[in-house]
Every structure is written in C-alpha cells, then in structure tokens.
Design a protein around this ligand. Structure first.
Ligand code: IMP
Length: 195
C-alpha cells in the first residue's frame, strides 16, 4: 500500500522507505502544514502529525517522533531532544549540552522512537502507535562521523565492541536502533493484526 510520511525531513523518508518495503512511502505534499510538536510524549507528537497528514491527503499516513532520554536527568531531553540547547541549536550544540549535564555516576541513556499510523476520517483515538527503545550509555568523548544527532556519544548496550552509533554502518545501526525496531514493529502490525 501507499503510505504518506508526515515529515519535512528528507533523511526520514530515505531511512523509512527501505524499512517499510514492499509498501511505498510517499512524501507529504508541500501544501500540507504540520502542527508544531508541543506534546509531552513521543506518541502524542507522532499521533498528531499522522492524523493531520491522513486527513489532509485523504490517504493512510504515518509519522515518527524520536529523541534521547538520560536516566540521570529524569528522562531529559526527551521530546525536546532536537532543541535541547535552544530553538535553532545544531546537533553539536545539543550533544555538547548533554555531555555537560549528564551526571558522571549515571550515564545511562535510551533512544526512543514512536511511529503513529492514521487513516483518513478517524479521530486521535483511532491512531495506532508503536514505540521502541534502544538502550545505551553516554561516552565521555564523541567519536565517529556516521549517523546524526547524539550518535557520536551513544554507546549501544546491544554491542560489546565499544563503537558509538556514529561508528556503525547504516545496516548495523538499523538492526539495533529505536527507529529500526519501531519500523519493524509497525510493519509487522500493518501486515498482521491490522488486517
Ligand atoms: P525528531 O524526531 O525529528 O523530533 O528529532 C528528534 C531528535 O532526537 C533529533 O534531532 C536528534 O537530536 C535526536 N535523535 C533521534 N533519533 C536519533 C538517532 O537515531 N541518532 C541520534 N540522534 C537522534
């Protein structure tokens, strides 16, 4: 089936398209305006975007919302991950702030990704959401130039070779990442229980 991806981020379209094959992921038409992400949870933000996109296009749509949560900071930056160091902060500025603030005696972090699916004409309560996590710890010194965002300091718990997410190949990252896991859970639901 054809699925509209409710995002303005071309990286997400590129990442999700192969993960959701054989379904076809199509971009959100330019004229559709997405609401600002003001929710308190990843699920809420993803649901609102999917709902708006499905109703505006008249087609099934999905959206994701993701971020990083530090245990020693009570889950921050969480839904504010993209703008942790300020509204227009760069990835480097956000990561530098997290490295400054995370307590030395608790460096546990988790990536979280919610994927929401909506069909035209329903309500927010009809949106189906899956949420997946990827556990890890925050390295003291960032390294690697793959991935994006907090990847240079994210040491995934699922690997024991001491490489950061930014040192993994895209396939290695997909196999363990929050987004890879959420996409596979979504695909399983789409092709299974939803029918
Ligand atoms: P959003 O899902 O577009 O709202 O962006 C979430 C933010 O969380 C990104 O800007 C990154 O800062 C962070 N983030 C989400 N997923 C990843 C990832 O796979 N690697 C590194 N940072 C991520």
């Amino acid at each position: 089936m054809e699925l509209v991806l409710a995002t303005r981020n071309p990286h997400k379209l590129r990442e999700f398209a192969p993960l959701l094959a054989p379904h076809t992921v199509i971009p959100l038409p330019d004229e559709v305006e997405l609401p600002p992400e003001t929710g308190d949870t990843f699920a809420e933000n993803a649901s609102v975007k999917a709902r708006v996109a499905a109703d505006a296009t008249g087609k099934p749509a999905f959206a994701d919302d993701s971020g990083i949560a530090a245990a020693g900071l009570g889950g921050r930056p969480g839904v504010r991950s993209a703008r942790y160091a300020g509204e227009n902060a760069t990835d480097e500025e956000n990561l530098a702030k997290l490295l400054r603030e995370v307590p030395d005696d608790d460096r546990r972090v988790a990536y979280i990704c919610a994927v929401a699916y909506a069909e035209p004409g329903g309500t927010l309560a009809d949106v189906h959401v899956v949420e997946e996590r990827c556990e890890g710890t925050l390295a003291r010194d960032p390294r690697g130039d793959g991935g994006f965002g907090y990847d240079p300091a994210f040491l995934p718990a699922d690997r024991d070779d001491d490489r950061t997410m930014a040192e993994l190949t895209p396939e290695e990252k997909d196999a363990i990442s929050h987004r890879g896991r959420a996409a596979r859970a979504f695909l399983g639901w789409l092709d299974g229980e939803r029918r």
